[in-house]
Design a protein around this ligand. Sequence first.
Ligand SMILES: [Zn+2]
Length: 349
Amino acid sequence: MHQWKYQSHSWEKNSCWVDAPLDIWGTLQLWASSTMDRLALLPPHTVERNAHVGKNTTNLIASEAEDVLPLTPEYGDPLKSWWKERYTLYTGNLSAEGAKIAKESLVLARNALRRACVENDVIANNERQLKVRIEQGMKDFGSGIATLMKLLRDSSPKEFLRTKDICECPSCNKQQHSLRVSSWSILIDTEALQHVNSDPFAALALKASQTMASPPGSKCMFCGADLHEKVKVVVGAPLQLPRFIALELLEENSSETHIQYNLFANEVRELFINGSSIGAYRLVSVLLYSGSHYVADVLWPDNQQKWIRFDGRHPYNGLGFEVATPAGTTVNHGGATYHPVFLFYVRMP
Ligand SMILES: [Zn+2]
């Protein structure tokens, strides 16, 4: 019996900016012990938008009727059908013919999802231009990070580690939240990395424990005293124990020499923030980028725990294959050099 568990969709027309994020999304679902009928990471909500140039993209009440180009990007159905086919390949006892059908359905679902991503961002002056631009988006290259941002936009808030800024009043010692909670991903800037041997996970702990200046004129909401500094803290820690940590590496658009990271991918790592343990985490997905193509390296969630690379292009055609544990340095693959741009960690029991 042939194994189809590493079989994903194949590439077509520059689709890697959707392919690799989808393979990472699927891996996170598997780590979250999903079944075929239940998604742990909820698909983005369906929101109607106005694609007319210069109009508020979430407000359909425009003054002139011709200024409205309504679009409703649909993520939910494509993601559900992609997941159903991918799960069937992962677990199923399929004949060659059955696998071929599942692979074709995966590609259709990927294309529908790509269309939603395009419709999410496209702007146009009129109906005709809108159609042309959407069709163009179905051929053009795009951002893999932007796709991840869309896929995980409305995932359950408790699934991902988030940060927020908190001020502790020097006068009355009461804590107040000065800024809103971050999104599900946390940006690791180069400054934090310099102090921790280019280890993004350590940079996260450092970044979250750092104090910084409060905006000038900030006053305590309880006693009115001046606030001097704020500290970045992890939401709900240590009670909440988020399942995933997502770190963005600021490298997608960097043209300079890429940072050689230290990922310690074989280690289960305990995250301490301000002296408290948040949980023990392991790296499970790396989005790799060459400057023109994305591939995904993922830790496969079975007993063998192999690192598998997914590349939709020929000669791989979406069939994952075993690779070395990611080190964080640049990687040679298919004649090009890749560097990590996004990291996902999962909490270990
Ligand atoms: Zn106070």
